[in-house]
Design a protein around this ligand. Structure first.
Ligand SMILES: C[S@@+](CC[C@H](N)C(=O)[O-])C[C@H]1O[C@@H](n2cnc3c(N)ncnc32)[C@H](O)[C@@H]1O
Length: 251
């Protein structure tokens, strides 16, 4: 059997799940099998990755997802890889392409690294591993963050989209999820008085005018065409200036 056959046998039987562990002594949670480039592109399109957003790939492999996210979508990306050889290979590719300031390669275990900065998370793991990483994603990811998984669902989550793509002699499934909840900026009292004494540029002013204690960061992002990340940064600036009290997170 080739590595490839081994992998699909394992996938079918889900023998990497802890139940099978005594029979199959796997040092890592998931073996390296790359996502075909066409599927990578579609995953990033479905997640609607925008310029300046932060994309995390759990398990870099050869780095193809984070590299495409940076080069074709203008993202700031990061990936976490547990295998030293693959970490070094990705790091080398990133350096050769001059992407060091846009792609961060982390040598480590994705169960142990913080994911709280992500706008988009991509995964090509296994259903059993998705099940194990799910509580961490629910804890750390902000409302509105998109999670895209190649071939394996996240048990218990309702996908927004499931798409089938035929590539490299087989069908690939892409699952798109969105972390539920809202982030609502709350204006300070006497905002009208306070705003008279500060000078704000047009972008800050546009965002401030939309803050009413009901609208979420996602709604403000849709209205202004700014990314949620950019709106959040502006709101945090407005908090520092005393014009916004807080961002209330409802999960
Ligand atoms: C199926 S491959 C996917 C690679 C890449 N994301 C892609 O889609 O082309 C899974 C990768 O996750 C890595 N991996 C497995 N368990 C890991 C863990 N706990 N922390 C970090 N990386 C891990 C493997 O070494 C492998 O490179």
């Amino acid at each position: 059997m080739s590595d490839f056959d081994d992998y699909y046998y394992a996938v079918e039987k889900d023998i990497y799940s802890p139940n099978f562990f005594p029979y199959f002594n796997m040092p890592y949670d998931v073996p390296f099998v790359p996502t075909p480039e066409v599927v990578v592109r579609r995953m990033l399109q479905l997640a609607n990755v925008k310029r300046g957003e932060v994309v995390y790939d759990l398990g870099c492999g050869d780095g193809r997802i984070v590299i495409m996210a940076a080069r074709e979508f203008g993202a700031q990306s990061a990936c976490i890889e547990i295998r030293k050889d693959l970490y070094e290979q990705t790091l080398r590719r990133v350096k050769d392409l001059g992407l060091e300031d846009r792609v961060k390669v982390i040598y480590g275990n994705f169960f142990e690294e913080s994911l709280s900065d992500a706008d988009v998370v991509t995964m090509y793991l296994l259903t059993s591993v998705n099940e194990r990483i799910k509580p961490k994603l629910e804890r750390e990811l902000r409302p509105g963050v998109r999670v895209v998984s190649h071939d394996f669902e996240v048990p218990g989550w309702k996908p927004l989209i499931v798409e089938d793509l035929y590539e490299e002699w087989r069908s690939h499934k892409i699952y798109l999820y969105k972390i539920p909840g809202l982030e609502i900026p709350i204006p300070t009292e006497e905002l009208e008085e306070k705003v008279k004494n500060v000078s704000l540029d047009d972008v800050h002013m546009n965002v401030l005018e939309l803050i009413d204690g009901n609208r979420s960061i996602e709604e403000i992002s849709n209205k202004t065409q700014l990314t949620m990340r950019a709106v959040r940064e502006i709101v945090n600036d407005l908090i520092k200036r005393g014009l916004v009290k807080e961002i209330r997170v409802i999960k």
